[in-house]
Design a protein around this ligand. Structure first.
Ligand code: FA5
Length: 344
């Protein structure tokens, strides 16, 4: 048999053996059998090359190299194939990258609240919580809001229907037994002071409810951050400093704070807090109410107004978040629109 025919046979046998190798060990045995440097079949054929006549030498040499390269390439390809992890049942290739699941993220308001807690924590304020369903005492009476005060109007609050024996459900609006969705986080001030001796330095962040007309800056459910600091000689200067430091930390150093005289039954004096930025022509933005805790409130929780004083503030969380991110409409927070939510 001439060398060409032997090379053809060698190639066919080698390729068949490579395809049949079931694992890497079997493939290595095939490699040694056909291409091994010491006893491989190709080495024997190489010896025959020397017997070629001058005319045949280029032809045999070309075919020899072709066969050698083809068998080597087939060995490499089969080796890569066998080195891959096993393919699971059902034809699923576990080495494929797969479909990356869309990851959820925290709601922008949750992110804002966590950041508020972090900033105020650095100023030494701990976090307190209170119930969203409140009683008349904590939402009004202890906050110095008397029985005939317009802030108790059923049209301005979400009173809960309560069970009355023999009469089914009845709106409890107005009475001292009333239960309502809290209209402000100031309720937590009372709950904390009832349980804690001064000094006090807390914040409380949570949902509040008001039947306000809904528009771009008003919602009937929104969030407030309440702050309360009580101790000997706490003054309005402390209040302004804390609010300014907070605003700087959350919104940047070009924020200015302004107090406007106002009225809240539970603080005296009371102020509205406005902020502005170094943006010519832009109006001041109201972001909360604040003031020095009224001595009547201090007395109601058993504190001595001659020994301690304190400030309190209540800020609209949505207003801050909207300002920081340029959100034009408060309703976007509750629209559940992934196009909006995925931007945070
Ligand atoms: C209060 O709720 C007082 N409890 C604040 C306070 C706390 C005063 C402690 C003194 C001492 P006011 O009603 O102004 O105040 O609300 C405070 C902030 O809540 C507003 O400045 C605004 O940022 C936000 N806010 C009020 N109503 C809405 C609403 N409907 N939607 C969204 N944000 C609102």
């Amino acid at each position: 048999m001439d060398l060409i025919a032997q090379l053809d046979e060698f190639e066919a046998q080698a390729l068949a053996a490579i395809a049949a190798a079931a694992d890497l060990a079997a493939l290595e045995a095939v490699r040694i059998q056909f291409l091994g440097a010491k006893q491989g079949k190709l080495r024997d054929l190489q010896g025959l090359l020397g017997q070629a006549t001058k005319d045949l030498k280029p032809l045999w040499g070309k075919r020899f190299n072709e066969v050698k390269n083809r068998v080597s390439a087939a060995l490499d390809a089969r080796q890569r194939e066998l080195a891959r992890p096993a393919v699971a049942v059902g034809g699923l290739d576990v080495t494929m990258p797969g479909v990356v699941p869309r990851l959820g993220r925290r709601h922008p308001l949750t992110q804002t609240i966590l950041e508020f807690k972090d900033i105020m924590g650095r100023f030494g304020f701990t976090v307190a919580d209170g119930p969203e369903i409140e009683d008349d005492y904590h939402n009004f009476e202890a906050l110095n809001i008397p029985a005939d005060h317009p802030a108790r109007d059923p049209l301005d609050n979400f009173y809960l229907a309560s069970a009355v024996v023999g009469a089914g459900l009845k709106n409890s609006g107005g009475g001292s037994e009333a239960r309502l969705l809290r209209s402000q986080t100031s309720t937590v001030q009372i709950r904390v002071m009832e349980k804690t001796k001064p000094p006090v330095r807390i914040i409380s962040v949570g949902r509040v409810y008001r039947p306000d007309t809904i528009d771009a800056t008003h919602s009937c459910m929104f969030h407030q951050m309440e702050g309360l600091m009580i101790g000997p000689s706490v003054t309005m200067a402390h209040l302004k400093t804390v609010l300014r430091l907070f605003a700087h930390a959350y919104l940047g150093h070009d924020v200015h704070i302004r107090f406007r005289p106002s009225f809240f039954p539970f603080t005296e004096p009371s102020v509205e807090v406005d902020m502005s930025w170094n943006e010519p022509g832009k109006p001041w933005l109201e972001i909360g109410g604040a003031g020095m805790v009224d001595p009547n409130v201090l007395k109601a929780v058993g504190y001595d107004p001659d020994q301690v004083s304190g400030f309190a503030f209540g800020l609209g969380v949505e207003r801050f978040c909207m300002r920081r991110h340029g959100i034009p409409d408060i309703r976007l927070f509750t629209s559940n629109d992934v196009r909006f939510l995925s931007q945070f």
